[in-house]
Design a protein around this ligand. Structure first.
Ligand code: F0G
Length: 351
């Protein structure tokens, strides 16, 4: 049997692993690159969606986690720890199970989507809810990893960035070259850092003819990079990117500047509009934070910052099933209509 083997085996020669690295994998990566017809028409461009919600735990974190957990296991770690707005904890918990390791997670109290909390719980992670935001959780997790024998698997761990850069490789491999623009939501800023590294590596050895401009979008209530200063009390309905002091801030600015890109903000209203458009018109169900990339693309296009005819990839980072409350709340039909079997055809307008 041969099939997709996960990002470490598929891109082994481009990753810091050796023969002696134990590969802990759920066969992550190899996610769909979906042409987006409505977005293409709206922008006059050729827009594709990199659907990272199709990863094993439903987000892009799995690319980084297969690397981080494999390297931690190689180093002899028996336990891992992370701070998380939800997806990192879900991914760490699952990969820790595969590795036979203990997983501890620190999450901001009441501010993580139920689906993500459920994942961490069902995979047996030890969960601490911190009376604070993600930034407080990360400070705590860093301290614990420095003082106790537990490996930190947040994106400040370089192995995470290495794994996540493979998304850029897949895009170039599928399109035949790099896109003109790549659009991402930005939270802790690890992913934009990783994509930029991947694109640069492919351009450096000629696998791609150029690098794309990197466009990153933060939620307006949690937009420290746009504001130029940390946000003490970040707020947004996109809980995954509710972060006031991103760990990879400087790297994100470097990706923006070196690529001739931009980092801007989108309002919760714009995020939810893009979230609904993706589901209702492209058939792609993402979580709200993921829609920040698409909201940002639409904003930039309206502002004339996107030339027509460009080839654009938007990463949609996480699966809509993780946080379905927003789907139900804003649905065109408020609730399912109860009917007797006999009248179903009538009520559906079929009879
Ligand atoms: N989209 C989703 C769905 C996320 O979960 C995250 C980050 C991001 C975008 C932003 O990526 O942090 O690399 O800039 N989630 C982290 C977590 C913080 O804990 O799950 P970033």
């Amino acid at each position: 049997w041969s099939g997709w083997r996960g990002i470490i085996e598929e891109y082994r020669h481009r990753l810091p692993v050796s023969e002696s690295t134990p590969v802990v994998t759920l066969r992550e990566g190899g996610t769909p690159l979906v042409p987006a017809q409505v977005l293409s028409e709206r922008t006059g461009c050729e827009v594709h969606l990199k659907v990272e919600g199709a990863n094993p735990t439903g987000s892009f974190k799995d690319r980084g986690m297969t690397m981080a957990i494999s390297k931690a296991k190689e180093a002899g770690a028996q336990a891992v720890i992370c701070a998380s707005t939800g997806n990192t904890s879900a991914s760490a918990a699952a990969y820790a199970v595969r590795a036979g390791m203990v997983c501890a997670v620190l999450v901001p109290q009441g501010k993580i989507a139920l689906g993500k909390l459920g994942q961490a719980l069902v995979h047996g992670a030890r969960i601490l809810q911190v009376d604070g935001n993600f930034d407080d959780c990360l400070t705590l997790a860093r301290g614990l990893s420095e003082n106790y024998p537990v490996a930190l698997v947040n994106s400040v761990n370089p192995a995470r960035i290495e794994g996540q850069k493979t998304a850029s490789f897949e895009i170039v491999d599928m399109l035949g070259d790099a896109p003109d623009i790549h659009v991402l939501p930005v939270g802790n800023a690890g992913n934009i850092t990783a994509y930029w590294k991947g694109y640069q590596e492919y351009a450096a050895d000629g696998t791609a003819s150029h690098t794309p401009r990197m466009f990153g979008f933060q939620a307006a209530g949690a937009a420290p990079i746009v504001r130029g200063e940390p946000v003490k009390d970040p707020h947004t309905i996109a809980t995954a990117i509710r972060i006031g002091n991103p760990a990879s801030w400087a790297q994100a600015e470097r990706a923006r500047d070196e690529s001739g890109g931009l980092i801007d903000e989108v309002t919760d209203r714009q995020i939810l509009a893009a979230y609904r458009l993706l589901a209702a018109q492209e058939g792609v169900f993402v979580e709200p934070a993921s829609a920040a990339s698409v909201a940002g693309l639409l904003k930039a296009a309206e502002q004339g910052k996107v030339d027509p005819g460009q080839r654009i990839v938007c990463t949609v980072t996480g699966n809509g099933l993780k946080d379905p409350d927003w789907a139900v709340a804003g649905a065109p039909q408020a609730e399912p209509v109860p009917v007797d079997a006999e009248v179903a055809a009538e009520r559906l307008g079929l009879a």
